[in-house]
Design a protein around this ligand. Structure first.
Ligand SMILES: Cc1ncc(COP(=O)(O)O)c(C=O)c1O
Length: 379
């Protein structure tokens, strides 16, 4: 028997309570029964995003909301600042380019720390930039970025929006939109929201709604103003992913029941334990500012990171992730976001030890598990 453990940075594990809700008979989206669901979901999304404004729900993967954050906010020929330090930072620049927005890229070596002063300097040099696009966590490198500090800078620029891809941040650590001055905050269902892929979210500030009025970008499916107007009536613009929204009601209830502070503490401690487990067997954590969502671990000298990832999956049933693009073969990743607990981390670290032993790496068997367990004793 090979028992499977899903410890990837999305899709993630789904709690049985949520799975059961999604298996209930289908309801119609124009039926008052569904309106009750949407009403509750709206309230709990506002709580999670830390905003008094509406959090939009789209039936798409997270990238759909990223695209909408360009097409609903900017106009062709506009300029935007993009923080690029991994696969998803690159995506912001690609979306801008697809829609004729000039991106001024702040290029950081993958895994490096973002100095907010770099954003401040770039904004000073480009005072006509209409938006700053960045990640809360860059999933491809397991790096966390200083959202609050950058938002503080952008808040002082009335002509610039602060847009954050929080797809692996929302529900992992605090990103209180209204307090911090985040204008658009994006989330995705298959991460800390503990659902299958298929829903994207966007919290939108008053400042962003003002920008959207001036935006001249072509758009149809992702028309945010129409979506907001429908949502206020507990409706969606088109046929939504009904079962996922029914599941979302349950996952948001679970998050609220645990308490967001406890959820954030849990993710943080799990990631810490993963890092300590890896370090105890001589491995290096790739990021200079590691994320609580996902840990990128450098493959040891002479061992292919893809071989570690594949051995974990094929022989030990643990699905993490490999490295992408320039990091392929150099790292492997294990996530600690969403429906994850201490036994997931202990399992992951034990599986890493088994896999590395198979691949010929020399270390003291059990040292990683001991270090991880020690970190988790108070969780
Ligand atoms: C930080 C980040 N941004 C964007 C995306 C893209 O989301 P999706 O694959 O749901 O379109 C991901 C998905 O892994 C992500 O982790």
């Amino acid at each position: 028997m090979l028992k499977r453990y899903l410890l990837a940075p999305g899709p993630t594990q789904i709690p049985p309570e949520v799975l059961l809700k999604m298996a209930e008979p289908m309801v119609h989206h124009r039926n008052p029964m569904f309106e009750v669901v949407v009403d509750e979901v709206r309230e709990n999304l506002r709580h999670l995003f830390g905003t008094a404004n509406e959090v939009l729900i789209f039936s798409s993967s997270g990238t759909g909301a990223m695209e909408g954050a360009v097409t609903n906010m900017l106009s062709p020929g506009d300029k935007a600042i993009v923080v690029r330090s991994g696969k998803f930072g690159e995506r912001w620049a690609e979306i801008c380019s697809a829609y004729g927005v000039e991106s001024v890229n702040i290029d950081l070596p993958w895994g490096d720390v973002l100095d907010p002063a770099a954003v401040e300097r770039t904004l000073r040099e480009n005072p006509d930039a209409k938006a700053v696009y960045m990640q809360a966590t860059e999933t491809s490198t397991g790096t966390m970025f200083p959202v609050k500090e950058v938002a503080d800078i952008v808040r002082g620029c009335p002509g610039t929006l602060m847009v954050v891809d929080g797809i692996t941040g929302v529900g992992v650590f605090a990103l209180p939109m209204d307090d911090w001055g985040i204008d658009v905050l994006i989330g995705g269902s298959q991460k800390a929201l503990m659902l299958p892929p298929g829903l994207a979210f966007a919290g939108v500030s008053d400042k962003a709604w003002e920008f959207s009025k001036a935006s001249r970008m072509p758009r149809f499916y992702f028309n945010w103003a129409k979506e907001r107007d429908n949502l206020k009536k507990n409706q969606t613009n088109f046929t939504p992913a009904i079962s996922l929204i029914v599941g979302l009601r349950e996952s948001l209830r679970l998050l609220r029941e645990e308490g967001l502070e406890n959820v954030y503490r849990r993710s943080d401690m799990l990631a810490r334990a993963t890092r300590e487990g890896a370090r105890a067997i001589g491995l290096e954590v790739f990021s200079r500012n590691p994320s609580p969502a996902v840990t990128a671990i450098c493959a040891p000298e002479g061992i292919d990171g893809q071989a570690v990832y594949k051995t974990l999956w094929k022989k030990y049933g643990v699905t993490g992730a490999g490295g992408q693009d320039q990091l392929k073969g150099k790292i492997f990743r294990l996530a600690t976001l969403g429906y994850a607990d201490k036994y997931d981390v202990i399992t992951a670290v034990a599986a890493i030890e088994f896999a590395l032993r198979d691949l010929g790496y020399a270390f003291t068997m059990g040292a990683g598990v001991a270090a991880a367990t020690d970190c988790l004793k108070d969780l």
